[in-house]
Write a protein that binds this ligand. Structure first.
Ligand code: NZQ
Ligand code: ZN
Length: 388
C-alpha cells in the first residue's frame, strides 16, 4: 500500500439556489471577470441571464469568450488568452460542461504566456502563472469541475492532449443539478459512460490498496448504473441528476485513487479516436470499455473481475471466477449499449481501420501504455479492431 497526498481545495456549492454566492466568490479574486461558455446552450436554458445578473449585482466588470467547442480547440484557448491579456482579466468564470471548463483552465495558464497555448499542452512551455477559475457546471461527466486536468485538441495536427497541474483546479464550483435538466438523452448517456470509465480506470488495478476505496468506487458505479437511465427517461428528476452530478465529481477528484499510482488505459486510446474523428468522448469510451476489459481478462486478473461482478452487478458469488468475470463484461456491455442506448461499434459511427496503426502508436507514444495490463502498439491496435 503506497502513501499518498490528498489535497482538493475546490469549494463546492451544491444544490439549488446557490448562485447568490457567485458575486462574492468572484469578487474575492478581482473585479474584471471573463465569462467563458460554449455554443449557446446556457442562453437557451436561461442560465446565462442568471449568471450575468449576479455579476452585475456584485458590481463586477464582465467580458465574454463564447463558442468553446465540444473537444475544445487550442485556437479557442488562444482566443481566450488574448482577451485576458488585452482586458487585464482578474478571474475566469466557466459556465458549461467539461469542454468549456477545460478550455478555461488553459486560458488561465496561457494568459501568462506569449506564444501558442499548444506549447503549454505539449509541455514545451511550463505553466508559470495562472488566473483563478470559478465554474458553474451544466453537464455531469468529466469531473473537470473538481479536478486538476484538462484536455485540448489541435485539429491541424490531429492531436488531443490531456495535462494535469495543481493550479488548474477550480477555486470554486457551483453544482446545481437543475442546470443539467436540459442535457439530452444522448449526452446524459455519454456522461454516464465517461464517469463510469473514470472509476474503472482506477478500480481495475491488481495492487493492494484501501478496501474502503474499492467499496466507495463500487458504490459510485452502482449509483451511475441506477440513476443514468432514470435521468434519461425523466430528465427533471432531481434525485437522479443530483446523484449523477456528485458522482461525476468524486469519480475523478483524486479521492478514490488513494495510493494507487496506475496509468490509465482507455482514456489515451479514446483521445486518439476523438483526435482523428471528433466524436463525443463518452461514446468512444463506451465502445472501448468492454473490449479493453475482455482483452485484459486472464488468470492473473480474474480476481478483480470477480470482485467487480459480484459487488457491482450482484452476480452469484458461488459461480466459477472466470464465469463471473465474463458475465460482468456482458453486463457492462448490456448497460452501455442497451440501457444507455449508445452505439456499440466504431463501424456504426463511420470509423474504419485506416488510422488504427498511427492512432495506436500515438496512444502509447511509440512505447507501452503502462496501465492495468501494459499495452503495446499491437495490443492497442488489436483493441481498436475489436471495436469495429
Ligand atoms: O456548447 P454548449 O452549447 O454549451 O452545448 C454543450 C455541448 O454541445 C451541451 N451541453 C452542456 N450542458 C448542457 C448542454 N446542452 C443542454 N443543456 C445543458 N445543460 O453538451 C455538449 C457537450 O458538452 P461538453 O462540454 O463537450 O461535454 P463534456 O462535459 O462531456 O466534456 C467533454 C470534454 O471533456 C474532456 C473530453 O475529452 C472532452 O474534450 N475530458 C475532460 C476531463 C477532465 N478535465 O478531467 C476528463 C475526461 O476524461 C475527458 O477527457
Ligand atoms: Zn473521461
Amino acid at each position: 500500500m503506497n502513501s499518498f497526498i490528498y489535497d482538493i481545495p475546490t469549494r463546492v456549492y451544491f444544490g439549488e439556489n446557490q448562485l447568490g454566492h457567485l458575486g462574492k466568490e468572484l469578487a474575492g479574486y478581482g473585479r474584471r471577470v471573463l465569462l467563458v461558455y460554449g455554443g449557446g446552450s446556457i442562453k437557451k436554458t436561461g442560465l446565462y441571464n442568471k449568471v450575468v445578473t449576479e455579476i452585475k449585482k456584485a458590481g463586477l466588470e464582465l467580458f465574454e469568450c463564447s463558442g468553446i467547442e465540444p473537444n475544445p480547440r487550442v485556437t479557442s484557448v488562444n482566443r481566450g488568452a488574448d482577451i485576458c491579456k488585452k482586458e487585464k482579466i482578474d478571474v475566469l468564470l466557466a459556465v458549461g460542461g467539461g469542454s468549456t471548463i477545460d478550455a478555461t483552465k488553459f486560458i488561465g495558464a496561457a494568459a501568462f504566456y506569449e506564444g501558442d497555448a499548444w506549447d503549454i499542452m505539449t509541455e514545451k512551455a511550463p505553466i508559470v502563472n495562472f488566473l483563478p477559475i470559478v465554474t458553474v457546471l451544466t453537464l455531469s461527466a468529466t469531473g473537470s469541475e473538481m479536478d486538476a486536468g484538462g484536455v485540448i485538441s489541435n485539429i491541424e495536427t490531429k492531436d488531443k492532449i490531456g495535462l494535469m497541474h495543481p493550479v488548474l483546479l477550480p477555486k470554486v464550483s457551483f453544482l446545481d443539478p437543475t442546470n443539467t435538466y436540459t442535457v439530452n438523452e444522448y449526452q446524459t448517456a455519454c456522461g454516464a459512460a465517461d464517469m463510469l470509465n473514470h472509476i474503472l480506470e482506477v478500480y481495475f488495478n491488481m495492487n493492494q490498496d484501501l478496501y474502503m476505496l474499492d467499496c466507495v468506487m463500487e458504490g459510485l458505479m452502482k449509483t451511475i448504473i441506477k440513476y443514468a437511465p432514470v435521468a434519461m427517461s425523466d430528465p427533471e428528476n432531481y434525485e437522479a441528476r443530483a446523484n449523477l452530478m456528485w458522482a461525476s465529481s468524486w469519480a475523478i477528484n483524486g479521492f478514490v485513487d488513494g495510493g494507487k499510482q496506475q496509468a490509465w488505459s482507455c482514456h489515451p486510446m479514446e483521445h486518439e479516436i476523438s483526435a482523428y474523428y471528433d466524436i463525443t468522448h463518452g461514446l468512444g469510451l463506451a465502445i472501448l470499455t468492454p473490449r479493453w476489459l475482455t482483452y485484459t481478462l486472464d488468470e492473473t486478473t480474474v480476481s478483480k473481475f470477480y470482485q467487480f461482478g459480484v459487488n457491482v452487478f450482484d452476480i452469484d458469488k458461488n459461480l466459477e471466477p472466470m464465469t463471473v468475470a465474463k458475465k460482468s463484461v456482458e453486463m457492462i456491455s448490456e448497460f452501455l449499449f442497451h440501457t444507455l442506448k449508445l452505439q456499440s461499434t466504431l463501424t456504426e459511427i463511420g470509423i474504419d481501420d485506416s488510422n488504427f496503426s498511427i492512432m495506436a502508436k500515438k496512444a502509447c507514444e511509440g512505447n507501452v501504455l503502462p496501465g492495468f495490463k501494459p499495452l503495446n502498439q499491437q495490443d492497442i491496435e488489436n483493441i481498436f479492431r475489436m471495436c469495429l
